[in-house]
Design a binder for this molecule. Structure first.
Ligand SMILES: Nc1nc2c(ncn2[C@@H]2O[C@H](COP(=O)(O)OP(=O)(O)OP(=O)(O)O)[C@@H](O)[C@H]2O)c(=O)[nH]1
Ligand SMILES: [Mg+2]
Length: 610
């Protein structure tokens, strides 16, 4: 075993929004990663459209900087719980982590998850208390609470002796104490060199565990991972070993390492660093690239199992194919299978009915991001209501996933929040009353109870509440949860929505469709009923043409504005017998069974408007 002093491999991990990507910006900038005068976007690594729009990191990304002659390979990771699979995947590439903690919030739900991953891999930790410029910052408290978390997670004494750096990532400044912040990040860089061990290199034959996949228009699929032993040369043969043990030998066409925001082509790379390899068409995450003379597989990547699933199926609504490029069952299936190559926490099963797939993930957002990505690529599909994945215990008992839920709400709203959680079979674990009238509480809630919780929670707290959840464990079934839901307003006919019709139906509920703009079909959900049953209404009805006709604009103005839902909101809305139709341009909620008579036979609680 040898060490390579010229390299460090680190991952930046934290709860969502604690400033990981912003800190990487500063690290890149201060090591001259950008050309002079090059204008660079904020949070430059959040490079895909959805990441920029939502302001969160979704995919882990590789970059690297040079400091004092040492190459520091950095992996930026997402902090949202639904993308925890990314953290589990990339943590296999590094020798240590920077754990960021917001100086105001302290360690949060996902801090616990990512720290558990790091400690489990016996990785040393540098704690970075970030955002110390925020007015309510309590840096000391954040350090102490993080220390408690280490102990709670069973850290060894050595692991718990972590160095602490204080930072303002937005200003690119760090220091060893809160009072004494340097003008730059040098204290952080020095701490990385001192505390993160250089990579240890095995003496055996060439081995690389594939942890990420990238694509390039020039060279095709690129496998990324840490070269743990041996050397790789461009043009050489390597043996790929998949997780079943199957082997195939191919030639590496190109070899890269990371530098700043680019891949840098290399002719030869020695073990200890993170490399990117092109030329292996079927390569997948978890494969080992090995020496053809002596191919030895590395231990596979383990990620936690999914807890939530949805049915994805072809779009068979009357409007299918109007807006999308890819609409067939075959196209949908191929796309989902392709996703599996890089989305390690996702599972896809074919269902009995052709064109239906069961897609399982780590949460509603995990699945929603996939749906949004697909619609932007030109796919049309329909998805069902998310449901939790049950399991069977050792004695045949029914188990279901539970989440640890962290909520913050003002005292004034606390009563209704506690009542909502109680109804959803939540059990309070801890509660704390802040000086400013905020209540902080921790609950254990069945995942089933927390699906669709965001919207009612925000309504109950007038948009001021905060909640985070973290998968805890599979536990015995908690019992029925009483969902008092409103029914849907269902369109009787196919045709354009008329303002005249909506005006006469306003008392029935809230509409999701716009008069004179939207077209609807029979069986489409056009609004939310004010009662707990469905109601079939005619939203296409126009005034008898022979009568005196009011100006259409006058009617529209008197209507209250329709509720136009985002993808996430529409998914939360779905009832059990409904689907969300997703196309590049539209989101339409519909009844699974569009025909009113057939549907009524199945469900008794449906009425026609008189
Ligand atoms: N006041 C203050 N704000 C900061 C600081 N660092 C980051 N932020 C802000 O915090 C927000 C989140 O920053 P990101 O860098 O996207 O956080 P992240 O940890 O990468 O978030 P995810 O990848 O989605 O988990 C942004 O609005 C930043 O401008 C800081 O030192 N002080
Ligand atoms: Mg980020």
């Amino acid at each position: 075993m040898q060490q390579r002093q010229d390299i460090r491999n680190i991952a930046i991990i934290a709860h969502v929004d604690h400033g990981k990507t912003t800190l990487v910006d500063g690290m890149l900038r201060q090591t001259n990663a950008f050309r002079q005068n090059q204008s660079v976007a904020e949070r430059v690594l959040d490079s895909n459209d959805l990441e920029r729009e939502r302001g969160i990191t979704i995919l882990a990304k590789n970059t690297s900087i040079e400091y004092k002659g040492v190459t520091i390979n950095i992996v930026d990771t997402p902090g949202h719980a639904d993308f925890g699979g990314e953290v589990e995947r990339v943590i296999n590439m590094v020798d240590g982590v920077l754990l960021l903690v917001d100086a105001v919030e302290g360690p949060m739900a996902q801090t616990r998850f990512v720290l558990r991953q790091a400690l489990g891999k016996r990785l040393p930790v540098v704690l970075v208390i970030n955002k110390i410029d925020r007015p309510a910052a309590r840096a000391d408290h954040a350090v102490n609470a993080t220390f408690d978390l280490f102990i709670d997670l069973g850290a060894t004494e050595e692991q718990a002796m972590f160095p602490v750096i204080y930072a303002k990532a937005t200003e690119g400044r760090a220091g060893y104490t809160v009072e004494d912040l340097g003008p730059n990040l040098i204290p952080l860089f020095d701490t990385i060199l001192d505390h993160i061990p250089p990579p240890t290199i095995g003496d055996g034959p060439t081995q690389l565990l594939v942890t990420s996949l990238e694509y390039s228009n020039y060279v095709g699929k690129i496998a990324v991972g840490r070269l743990s032993a041996g050397k790789l040369r461009a043009g050489q043969q390597v043996t790929r070993i998949d997780h079943h043990g199957n082997q195939s030998t191919t030639k590496i066409t190109k070899l890269f390492t990371f530098r700043d925001l680019q891949r840098q082509e290399q002719t030869e790379v020695a073990a200890g660093t993170i490399v990117a390899v092109a030329g292996i068409p079927d390569v997948g995450i978890g494969d080992t690239l090995a020496d053809p003379e002596n191919p030895i597989a590395m231990p596979p990547i383990k990620v936690e199992e999914p807890t939530v699933r949805m049915v994805f199926r072809i779009n068979d609504s009357p409007f299918s194919g109007r807006e999308g490029k890819y609409v067939t069952s075959r196209q949908l299936r191929d796309r989902l299978m392709r996703e599996l190559e890089s989305n390690v926490a996702l599972r896809v099963e074919d269902l009995e009915k052709a064109g239906e797939f069961l897609v399982s993930g780590r949460g509603e957002l995990h699945l929603a991001i996939l749906i949004e990505t697909m619609r932007r690529e030109g796919y049309e599909l329909a998805v069902g209501r998310p449901e939790v994945i049950f399991r069977e215990g050792d004695n045949g008992e029914r188990l279901e996933p539970f989440e640890q839920v962290y909520v913050e709400a003002l005292n004034d709203y606390w009563g209704s929040v506690a009542e909502m959680l109680g109804k959803r079979r939540g059990r309070m674990l801890d509660i704390r009353y802040g000086d400013d009238g905020t209540v902080y509480a921790e609950y254990s809630v069945p995942t089933r109870g927390i699906l669709g919780f965001r919207q009612p929670f925000l309504t109950a707290t007038r948009g001021t509440g905060v909640f985070h959840m973290l998968f805890d464990a599979y536990l015995p079934y908690a019992g029925d949860i009483d969902h008092t839901e409103f029914g849907s307003l269902v369109s009787l006919e196919t045709g354009p929505v008329s303002g005249y019709a909506l005006e006469h139906l306003t008392a029935r509920g809230t509409f999701f469709v716009r008069p004179s703009i939207d077209e609807v079909y029979a069986g489409q959900v056009v609004g939310e009923h004010i009662r707990d049953e469905d109601l079939i209404i005619n939203v296409c009805r126009t005034k008898n043409l022979t009568g005196h006709r009011a100006k259409p604009t006058a009617i529209v103005e008197s209507l209250s504005p329709p509720r136009i839902m985002t993808l996430d909101e529409a998914i939360e809305y779905l009832h059990e017998d409904e689907l969300l139709e997703v196309t590049p341009e539209s989101l339409r909620i519909r009844k699974m069974v569009l025909d009113h008579n057939n549907r009524n036979r199945e469900a008794k609680r449906v009425k026609y408007a008189e």
